[in-house]
Design a protein around this ligand. Structure first.
Ligand code: ZN
Length: 466
């Protein structure tokens, strides 16, 4: 009964989205350029931005709810392009709405779910209907793999023949997934069949690139690439026999893959970047996840002190620490790990300079990351890689909107666009860390003030007890 009341309550709040809301005297970061428009009023009606202009010139309707934006900054809601749920790691799916609360409370208004399942499609429907608070979900397909030698739950389809790949892709399309996700151990003929079918079905292709597929094949297919997979391999000198470096699952390979980092040749970066640029693809580096897990490492005390830590299900923590111990007991030498980070940053800078669209993806909840919190870590990592704060913010607003083909509705603040908005107490263009200074979030026609966001976070702490 209590639950039924809660659901009803949410329905009421969100059902009020017919109201008019005015953000008054606010500094707007429209994200169509690296600038701020100060002292604006932004009017939102039925969840759509209907007016924006000098505060003195915009007439606020009498019935409007006024949100005082004095000294504050309004920017588009964040889009995290690489997200999973704890469900993939065995946590009951009834806790998924707790994770969507955490995302929203951290300013994420769109999340691309990078490993599909029918229960995520059902969750998406609930979110779209405003039945639970959370971002809009873009759900890609279950992962298409060549084999699955790992333990634990598996959210994917094994395709070891072209026929199986074709059938799987058609099924993904029929079930309503937004894209085809390809990951591990896929053989070239299977890859080609999957990509060809995806093209015929109108499904974009995203995911990992394995050494069997190789970068050339993925670029020719126009695949959107995650994690900078197979990029470092391209920097191996031609004279080196070993063709595997630290991409994909090889990040665990301390014996063979890691020593190659010393050999990687930075003079090959410009040509590589041109190939990527020519392919016209978007790239999601997922820096923070990889750098914090395998690059600089984190002391156990600092992991326990992370704001994410209390939301990680207790039952998953022992395995997390075990995996960490496996890598960090006798880790690759510090010089190699530092070079790994700096090469990935160098590549990212070069991609950005060449105009390759970069996407912000947190890859949470991998390791000790929790969705929502970790999108800000990734923005910070983009700046550490050498992007100006504006460009870092583009990776979570303009670029994903364009990549997903929803730039008419999302990604910038302009009249006619959906009001997915973040109200901040400080300017993220001055310091990217200010993206965390969230005063309120506007999504699906509803304004969540700080108090409401804190309430959502408090409720979501139940996750940590699982
Ligand atoms: Zn992932």
């Amino acid at each position: 009964m209590k639950n039924a009341l809660l659901v009803l309550c949410w329905f009421c709040c969100i059902g009020l989205n017919a109201q008019t809301v005015a953000f008054k005297n606010v500094n707007v970061i429209p994200m169509d350029g690296d600038y701020v428009r100060s002292l604006q009023t932004v009017l939102v009606e039925n969840g759509v931005i209907t007016q924006m202009g000098e505060a003195a010139e915009i007439k606020i309707p009498r019935q409007a709810k006024i949100i005082d934006g004095t000294g504050k900054y309004l920017m588009p809601g964040l889009m995290d392009m690489h997200v999973h749920f704890f469900t993939e790691q065995g946590i009951a799916s009834k806790f998924m709405p707790q994770e969507t609360k955490i995302m929203l409370a951290n300013g994420v208004t769109t999340a691309r779910i990078m490993c599909g399942d029918s229960q995520y499609l059902a969750l998406k429907k609930q979110l779209d209907q405003g039945r639970i608070p959370g971002p809009e979900l873009v759900v890609v397909s279950p992962q298409l793999v060549g084999k699955w030698p790992f333990r634990g739950p598996f959210f994917g389809v094994i395709a070891d023949t072209p026929e199986k790949a074709r059938a799987a892709v058609r099924e993904f399309k029929a079930q309503g997934y937004a894209a085809l996700k390809i990951t591990f151990f896929v053989q070239p003929d299977v890859y080609d069949a999957a990509v060809e079918t995806a093209r015929a079905e109108g499904l974009p292709v995203t995911g990992h690139v394995g050494p069997d597929v190789g970068l050339d094949r993925a670029l020719a297919a126009g695949q959107q690439i995650e994690h900078l997979d197979e990029f470092l391999e391209q920097l191996l000198p031609d004279t080196v026999k070993q063709r595997i470096s630290v991409s994909g699952t090889s990040v665990w390979d301390k014996k063979k893959a890691w020593p190659t980092v010393d050999l990687l040749d930075v003079s090959k970066i410009p040509a590589l970047v041109q190939r990527i640029k020519k392919a016209g693809i978007s790239v999601t580096p997922t820096h923070y996840f990889l750098h914090s897990s395998f690059g600089y490492g984190q002391h156990e005390d600092s992991i326990r002190a992370l704001p994410d830590f209390d939301y990680i299900p207790a039952s998953l923590k022992p395995d997390r620490f075990k995996a960490r111990e496996y890598f960090w007991t006798d880790p690759p030498p510090e010089a190699l790990r530092k070079r790994y980070i700096s090469l990935r940053q160098h590549l990212t800078r070069a991609l950005y300079t060449a105009g390759v669209p970069l996407l912000c993806g947190s890859d949470s909840p991998e390791w000790f990351l929790v969705s929502g919190f970790s999108v800000h870590n990734e923005l910070q990592a983009m700046v550490e890689a050498g992007l100006p704060p504006f460009a870092a913010l583009e990776t979570a607003t303009v670029n994903p909107a364009r990549y997903l083909g929803v730039d008419e509705q999302k990604g910038t603040i302009a009249v006619g666009k959906t009001a997915d908005l973040l109200l901040l107490t400080a300017n993220p263009l001055d310091d990217i860390a200010n993206s965390r200074q969230i005063e309120g979030v506007f999504h699906q026609g509803k304004y969540y003030d700080r108090k409401t966001l804190d309430k959502l976070l408090k409720e979501a702490r139940v996750l940590g007890k699982q």
